[in-house]
Design a protein around this ligand. Structure first.
Ligand code: NAG
Ligand code: NAG
Ligand code: NAG
Ligand code: NAG
Ligand code: NAG
Ligand code: NAG
Ligand code: NAG
Ligand code: NAG
Ligand code: NAG
Length: 486
């Protein structure tokens, strides 16, 4: 037994590594033979041999030691990290070499690899609505664990006052991680902002940055009741404005750069609803003493940060007395936008009130309602240089009122149905007090049988109208369209 103990001592002395004799003393002390020898049995002996023999075989360089006393080097070996980053091999050289995860000699012996200091900033949501809270997390790593510094728009930000700031130490093998989470209300900011997290320790510095986008969401819509129209002095003029948004503070009215307030001229009523963090404001303004005017009235919405959004409506008030029977049959909105066509007789009849207000129609009763809008139809050939066998396009433009006219094509007396040979397409353009329908007839591969009379007929609610033309061929093979001059 004593022989075994001496042998072990010798092995351990070698395994105690390098040339320095003082270093070699340690393991020998740890294995005091007097305490061991009596207890050594075969299985313990085998264990000891397994642990010490490799050490005995590998001569370690004197730069190769375990710098960490916390047992992290065992974890580095266990997790196979020795080769993952250079600093593992440097700081756990002895354990890694003995575990044969790194070669005995290598760049790690130069003791230059450092444990990096890093920062990683993140957030679950980078685009926020003004007024929402944003949670930002920063994970810093290093050895020793670094401190976390926060910067907002490049200015140091002390988070100690924040109610929901948390710090968590996550540990780690050799390099330690700390996670700091802060919650910021976005209404601290007037715009998008840059959030920077800096990890700092005596060993170095790491930085990570994130831009957070703040959307200012003032929705604003405004509407004039009773519809867009020209007003007289006796009309009730009330405008209605609605705005909504998370960051909405107030809405108000202006005209000629003056703020309109409750007075003997204006009655402003407001209704405010807050729902799911969103504010909705509804405001009505009534002109109590309308004057003759032609102005833009603006409704503006504002945020606490001073952002404005506005919409405007033109209000025209005229000192004209309207005959009680003189009305806008076509509707106030259509007559308002169609008021530039008041010179047409049918517009006068459909928009008596508006046309009187714009001064085209003298004050008087409603004109007879049997004045029809003319329905105009016009045929033309799309291209003038089409040859026999090619594609011919004939366009039929029609303009009428009211409603939308229906367009039908005829070849001779027969209606043209859409086929592979005859393609028909239509576009409808409605504007105030008129409707334009453009129909195109495409004849594919024109042949002799396609020559002849073509008619386009338009029909609306009150009338119908048509136009005809002859499709002919010239001696050198060009297709031509001759309109009937009736
Ligand atoms: C050998 O000794 C160890 C420690 O003294 C003990 O745990 C183990 O059970 C022993 N093995 C045998 C086979 O006696
Ligand atoms: C051992 O470390 C020292 C610095 O402490 C360095 O100068 C030397 O080059 C290293 N040896 C090797 C083999 O890298
Ligand atoms: C930073 O953190 C995010 C979220 O936790 C993670 O997805 C990402 O991989 C990390 N980046 C680095 C470089 O560690
Ligand atoms: C944001 O956080 C504050 C407390 O810091 C809270 O009063 C507020 O309701 C939060 N806002 C939202 C939209 O969650
Ligand atoms: C802050 O923390 C409290 C308690 O944990 C929680 O109730 C509250 O919702 C948090 N506020 C924000 C804005 O995260
Ligand atoms: C203003 O309008 C409200 C609601 O229409 C009405 O109750 C109030 O009497 C009006 N005020 C004046 C001064 O006309
Ligand atoms: C504004 O006018 C509309 C229509 O007359 C009415 O329904 C609404 O209640 C009014 N709102 C306010 C705030 O007076
Ligand atoms: C209203 O908005 C327009 C642009 O949308 C802006 O040019 C104008 O100055 C604004 N008016 C006021 C009074 O804020
Ligand atoms: C076509 O109309 C004309 C008169 O417009 C008539 O004479 C002729 O018989 C009609 N042809 C057919 C096939 O209906």
């Amino acid at each position: 037994m004593l022989g075994v103990a001496v042998f072990l001592t010798a092995i351990l002395a070698v395994a105690g590594e390098d040339v320095d004799p003082t270093d070699a003393v340690d393991p020998v002390d740890a294995l005091d033979p007097s305490s061991l020898v009596g207890q050594l049995n075969v299985s313990l002996f085998e264990k000891l041999m397994l642990r010490t023999l490799p050490q005995a075989m590998i001569p370690l360089h004197h730069n190769c030691t375990d710098y960490s006393e916390t047992g992290d080097c065992d974890l580095v070996v266990e997790n196979n990290l020795c080769g993952a980053e250079k600093f593992y091999a440097r700081y756990c050289c002895r354990s890694c070499t003995l575990a044969k995860q790194i070669p005995t000699y290598g760049p790690h012996l130069s003791l230059t690899a450092k444990i990096p200091v890093t920062a990683n900033i993140s957030t679950d949501k980078r685009e926020l609505r003004y007024g929402e809270n944003v949670t930002v997390t920063c994970e810093v790593s290093g050895s020793p664990v670094p401190e976390v510094l926060w910067f907002l728009d490049n200015k140091y930000f002390d988070v100690s006052g924040l109610p929901n700031a948390t710090v968590e130490d996550l540990g780690g093998i050799l390099t330690k991680t700390r996670r700091e989470t802060i919650t910021l209300p976005t209404n601290m900011f007037n715009n998008d902002f840059l959030c920077t997290c800096i990890a700092v320790s005596t060993e170095g510095r790491g930085e990570s940055r994130l831009t957070i986008y703040v959307e200012k969401d003032i929705g604003l819509s405004s509407e004039i009741l009773p519809g867009e129209r020209l007003f007289t002095l006796t009309d009730d003029i009330t405008l209605e404005c609605t705005a909504k948004g998370v960051s909405l503070k107030e809405i108000g009215w202006t005209m000629n750069d003056e703020i309109l307030e409750n007075s003997d001229s204006y009655n402003i009523t407001e209704e405010r609803i807050v729902e799911d963090g969103e504010t909705r404001i509804h405001s009505n303004i009534t002109f109590l003493r309308p004057k003759v005017m032609n102005n833009y009235v603006q409704c503006f919405a504002s945020t606490p940060a001073g952002d404005f959004r506005n919409t405007s409506r033109r209000v025209i008030v005229m000192d004209v007395k309207i005959h009680p029977s003189c009305k806008d049959i076509a509707g106030r909105r259509e007559c308002f936008y169609g008021r530039y066509t008041c010179d047409k007789d049918y517009v006068k009849s459909y928009c008596c009130r508006t046309c009187t207000l714009v001064g085209v129609v003298p004050v008087g009763p409603q004109p007879p309602s049997n004045i029809e809008a003319p329905l105009k139809v016009y045929l033309r050939l799309f291209s003038r240089s089409v040859l026999y066998g090619e594609e011919v396009i004939i366009t039929c433009d029609s303009i009428g009122y009211p409603g939308t006219q229906r367009v039908v094509w005829y070849k001779g007396n027969t209606t043209i149905e859409p086929t592979d040979h005859h393609l028909i397409e239509e576009t409808v353009t409605k504007s105030s007090m008129s409707c334009h329908v453009s129909s195109t007839l495409r004849i594919m591969g024109i042949a002799k049988r396609d020559l002849g009379k073509y008619t386009c007929k338009a029909v609306n609610d009150i009338t119908e109208s048509e136009s005809s033309a002859m499709l002919e061929i010239t001696r050198d093979g060009y297709i031509e369209l001759y309109r009937h001059s009736d």
